[in-house]
Design a protein. Structure first.
Length: 158
């Protein structure tokens, strides 16, 4: 299920094309660029037709892409390891401080038990590892949890 993602609570086919750093620019379509390539060519890419997206690694700074937020349709935040949570803060900043309204996608080491937390900070799309079935994950996340609002319940009894 390589080309399937979860977007806004639905499993859909991913129509975005990732353009590698050494690849020539395709003439059209919704294109996803690596951070370095996007930053170096943002003005040119922002003027082309089609969707525009960028992939950020945890060490990438938001500053160079901020002027282009209104033109970016997709920001993909890559999680290289489950234990690397830096992009939770990045997602929250993009949504709250910078007002980003487009698709905010989590990629890499993204698993079922993280999705609720990721949605809380602003992610609305998830590209899961190939070992995960997006529909099964979505069904599991949508089912009732044993403790739907544990923090609230604890505060009520305190």
């Amino acid at each position: 299920m390589k080309n399937m993602i979860i977007l806004d609570g639905q499993v859909i086919t991913d129509h975005w094309r990732t353009v590698q750093d050494d690849e020539s620019l395709p003439p059209d379509g919704d294109l996803l660029f690596g951070y370095e390539r996007f930053v170096a060519n943002a003005l040119f890419y922002s003027q082309r037709p089609g969707g525009l997206g960028v992939v950020l690694q945890p060490e990438d700074s938001l500053e160079p892409i901020l002027p282009w937020l209104d033109r970016l349709n997709l920001i993909s935040l890559h999680f290289p390891r489950v234990a690397d949570g830096r992009h939770y803060s990045t997602a929250r900043l993009l949504r709250t401080r910078h007002g980003y309204q487009g698709e905010l996608r989590a990629t890499g080491e993204v698993y079922r038990d993280q999705l609720d937390f990721m949605r809380r900070v602003g992610f609305n799309a998830f590209h899961l590892p190939e070992s995960e079935d997006p529909q099964a994950v979505l069904n599991g996340v949508a089912s009732p949890r044993a403790y739907p609002d544990l923090q609230y319940d604890l505060l009520k009894t305190a």
